[in-house]
Design a binder for this molecule. Structure first.
Ligand SMILES: Nc1nc2c(ncn2[C@@H]2O[C@H](COP(=O)(O)OP(=O)(O)O)[C@@H](O)[C@H]2O)c(=O)[nH]1
Ligand SMILES: [Mg+2]
Length: 318
């Protein structure tokens, strides 16, 4: 638990590129620290330009971390400060997969303009839907230009996290009917860019073709709307990474010129507020199940003395 008084000091230190202070701030976000409202309020006055947020999602093993690592190198060539948030709810903080990621990203470990952090969902109220935007706010106030969020694309929650990015990249690999899986998971709907990674393997052409077909038959688009772009990469050899960055740049330019970028930021804030409000409400009404007041009312309802709507209203209305 962090004292509210420490918060401003931590923000100040993090702004001076103190990685430990930054790590502490992100832990506050991750742990749903009681001083989090104070932190968010302190960040509001701290200034900073919103970083460009790139979401990378896809099935385990498609090459998200390898691609992220290759992208870091390119951002650094452009002298951008880069942060990576690796979100993996299925894997604990020190889990094997993330340990592997850390080792793979080790190339950048000594660069102070690169910050890599694994974020675990610890079942806090609101979950990752709240903590990812909050982590981005921390990184904004501490001067990062680009934030890459790596999530495992297996469920709606991960899709939601990816969808909070400015540019969402969905990665696939040849074989295994990945394209169909992607459509099923709704990933195509959130994809701004589709990457077929592992193009050194058989089946890459077929995967690219399949994706083009899906995009072509994926319903009408209003004129001026963004059409997902397919990029081929071989991340292990940094193949196609220049093209991927070019596609990201193009999408970024479209977001600016169409006004969609601003709309996305507003939608992202709306989602964040809603998640916090729902979390506050659940905390208040004792949806945890062991709230004494809830139990008291439940006893009345079970005994037939009070109807359930009246009981719910009583809880919500104070
Ligand atoms: N052949 C080949 N292997 C790759 C490529 N990209 C990543 N891999 C390998 O695929 C495995 C999973 O990669 P990783 O980046 O950890 O995937 P993630 O789970 O999506 O983050 C690793 O063994 C990588 O070396 C590629 O372009 N070609
Ligand atoms: Mg990974």
């Amino acid at each position: 638990m962090t004292e509210t008084a420490d918060v401003e000091g931590l923000v100040k230190a993090a702004r001076a590129h103190d990685a430990r202070a930054l790590g502490k701030l992100l832990s506050m976000v991750e742990d749903d620290d009681p001083a989090l409202p104070a932190l968010m309020s302190a960040l509001l006055g701290a200034g900073g330009q919103p970083p460009y947020v790139i979401g990378l999602t896809g099935a385990p093993g498609v090459g998200k971390s390898t691609t992220t690592s290759a992208l870091i190198a390119l951002w650094r060539e452009r002298e951008q400060r880069v942060a990576v948030l690796a979100v993996d709810p299925s894997s604990p903080f020190t889990g094997g997969a993330l340990l592997g990621d850390r080792v793979r990203m080790q190339t950048h470990a000594t660069d102070t303009d690169v910050f890599i952090r694994s974020m675990a969902s610890r079942g806090q109220l609101g979950g990752m839907a709240v903590s990812t935007p909050q982590a981005v706010r921390v990184l904004e106030a501490t001067g990062f230009d680009v934030v890459m969020v790596e999530t495992v694309g297996v469920g709606q929650a991960e899709v939601d996290i990816a969808a909070t990015a400015d540019t969402t990249v969905v990665l696939l690999a040849p074989g295994m009917g990945d394209g169909i899986q992607a459509a099923k998971a709704g990933l195509l709907e959130v994809a701004d860019l589709l990457v077929v990674n592992k193009c050194d393997r058989d089946g890459a052409d077929a995967a690219v073709r399949e994706l083009h077909n899906m995009i072509a038959t994926g319903g009408d688009r209003e004129p001026g709307q963004w059409r997902p772009v397919v990029v081929r990469t071989t991340a292990t050899a940094a193949g196609g990474i220049d093209e991927l960055v070019e596609a990201i740049d193009k999408h970024r330019a479209w977001l600016m010129s169409s006004g969609e970028g601003e709309q996305r930021r507003i939608r992202r804030a709306a989602q964040e507020i809603r998640s916090i409000a729902v979390a506050m409400l659940s905390a208040r009404v004792g949806l945890r199940g062991d709230d004494p007041r809830l139990l008291e009312l439940a006893t009345e309802v079970a005994a037939g003395h009070v109807d359930s709507y009246a009981a719910a209203r009583e809880i919500v209305a104070d």
